[in-house]
Design a protein around this ligand. Structure first.
Ligand code: ADP
Ligand code: GLC
Length: 489
């Protein structure tokens, strides 16, 4: 199959969260399975052109916008460990600035930026004479490719047989814009915008809704989330839209690129280890503590290290972590490490906490790829008390690194983490339901009980490290959906 993957984030070029990881590994896996794909993404101002060997191509595309045409030079690079081409759309107006989305509030011109990106996907494929069997849109940022496919390119010789698949990584972001300007830029008449139409939601233009309605098939990133977004407020208002399309919606669990995330081969961590050499995890912890300025006399092998690596948002349950953390540190002999960035208030809170509590807390505010690997290797326990979690990648990385996950039973967390039972020796983590301080106290207490039973803990680690959440499995499932979409045309 010929596949176009359109995404606002692709690892390693530009990343805000898991979307980048998924956009980066899928095409690699498809290539290994004998399929041809290309990636289209923006050329953001902060992409490291030298490091990732981006080259300007002798190619400028014309992108229709409103009543005019804009021109974009194309840059290219290759996805690491593959021959998959990645095409970067250059635009001084839209992308040559710091950041991907302009969070927390979003850039004021995100409607223009993402209409432009979505339109450029087609003009680029056409310029390359690439005839896609499928276009995979990811989240609202590239969702406009779905109506574009059906409205502007339906009769185009390259796209006539192309199917559109909309992938949802997070229902919390719909891309809600003012309709008049946005549809004008998209060259779609306002006659398409009326109450209950495919573009309209509560009087505004809803980009994700349009993606969902115009797509041939819809995927989201875990089976549980596929249910939650239809039947609960996890749909953030769009649950009826998803119910309407329930027959075309399927949850495919994300996977792990074990070429990047494997303690046996990871060169970011201090000491490599496998299920047979888990003692070496202690060496990672020791080295991590030492380099985090924990004095030799305060490094205890059997003091469990609880880790978190995350965007600092309410989605990830940080309000409850903030309320609970000092009490937890007071009642349990634990150490807490956090690497995160995001909400200003959370950043300030955790920075201040660290001033008071170091070395019981080891907190780093910022974004650091290498440190995220080191925390997985060092931590005994990995905490993800997410309010909602479409899939979550960190709990799967943690499993592989033997950092036993403690997670709230929601979305992809519920599909990948199973309660450990010391008697039967089954399970790979600990789960809880209610998002409050007491639940955290209880579940951590339960985990610590097992932690001090060396044999049981080792069993839990073995179960965790041998869980198979490979990206290959996930990539295959997407191919099946693409075939399903093609059959349905
Ligand atoms: P989400 O996409 O909702 O943020 P995921 O668990 O799917 O959640 O993916 C998060 C990804 O971002 C993981 O690869 C994680 O390691 C990474 N990440 C998040 N915060 C940081 C950070 N501060 N430094 C380094 N990596 C981070
Ligand atoms: C989103 C979700 C996360 C998911 C990621 C990749 O950012 O919050 O749960 O793993 O996308 O699909």
């Amino acid at each position: 199959m010929n596949i176009v993957l359109a995404s606002a984030e692709v690892f390693p070029f530009a990343k805000a969260g898991g979307l980048a990881d998924v956009s980066g590994y899928l095409p690699k896996e498809w290539e290994a399975l004998g399929h041809r794909s290309l990636i289209v993404m923006p050329k953001y101002g902060d992409i490291d052109v030298e490091k990732f060997k981006l080259k300007p191509m002798n190619l400028t595309i014309a992108v229709p916008m409103g009543s005019w045409t804009e021109f974009a030079q194309i840059w290219s690079a290759t996805l690491p460990d593959s021959t998959v081409p990645v095409y970067f759309i250059e635009s001084a107006d839209y992308f040559d600035r710091q950041g991907i989305y302009g969070n927390p509030d979003g850039f004021a011109d995100n409607n223009r930026r993402f209409v432009f990106l979505s339109r450029a996907v087609f003009e680029l494929a056409a310029a390359l004479n690439f005839k896609p069997d499928v276009i995979l849109a990811n989240d609202y940022h590239t969702a406009f490719t779905m109506p574009f496919l059906k409205i502007h390119y339906r009769d185009h010789h390259l796209f006539r047989d192309t199917v559109g698949v909309q992938s949802i990584h997070n229902m919390a972001f719909h891309g809600v814009f003012e309709p008049q300007e946005t549809l004008y830029l998209a060259q779609i008449g306002m006659d398409q915008f009326y109450s209950m139409s495919w573009f309209e939601f509560h009087g505004a233009l809803n980009t994700l809704k349009a993606g969902i309605m115009f797509a041939d098939k819809i995927t989201t990133v875990s089976p549980t989330y596929a249910l939650e977004i239809r039947y609960s407020d996890q749909g953030h208002g769009l649950q009826n839209v998803l119910l309407e399309r329930a027959g075309d919606l399927i949850g495919i669990l994300n996977g792990v690129d074990y070429k990047v995330w494997d303690p046996e081969t990871d060169d970011s961590i201090y000491v490599n280890y496998t299920t047979d050499t888990v003692e070496k995890k202690w060496e990672n912890k020791y080295e991590f503590l030492r380099r985090s300025n924990v004095h030799e006399s305060e490094i205890y092998a059997d003091m469990p290290l609880i880790g978190m690596v995350s965007r600092l948002t309410d989605q990830k349950g940080f309000d409850v972590v903030r309320d609970a953390i000092e009490y937890l540190l007071h009642i349990y002999p634990i150490r807490f490490t956090l690497l995160g960035s995001g909400g200003r208030e959370y950043e300030n809170y955790f920075r201040d906490l660290n001033l008071r509590m170091h070395p019981r807390t080891l907190i780093r505010i910022g974004y650091d790829e290498q440190l995220s690997h080191r925390i997985e290797a060092a931590a005994d326990i990995f905490l993800m008390p997410s309010r909602f979690e479409p899939c979550g990648l960190n709990q799967m990385y943690s499993l592989k690194y033997g950092a036993i996950p403690i997670v709230r039973r929601t979305g992809g967390l519920a599909d990948t983490v199973f309660e450990f039972n010391a008697e039967s020796g089954t399970g790979n983590g600990f789960l809880f339901d209610d998002l409050n301080v007491q639940s955290l106290v209880d579940v951590i207490g339960r985990a610590l009980n097992v932690y001090y039973n060396k044999a049981a803990w080792k069993k839990a680690m073995r179960n965790a490290m041998t869980a198979d959440n490979s990206a290959r499995k996930s990539a295959r499932a997407y191919l099946e959906v693409f075939e399903w979409a093609r059959r349905g045309r």
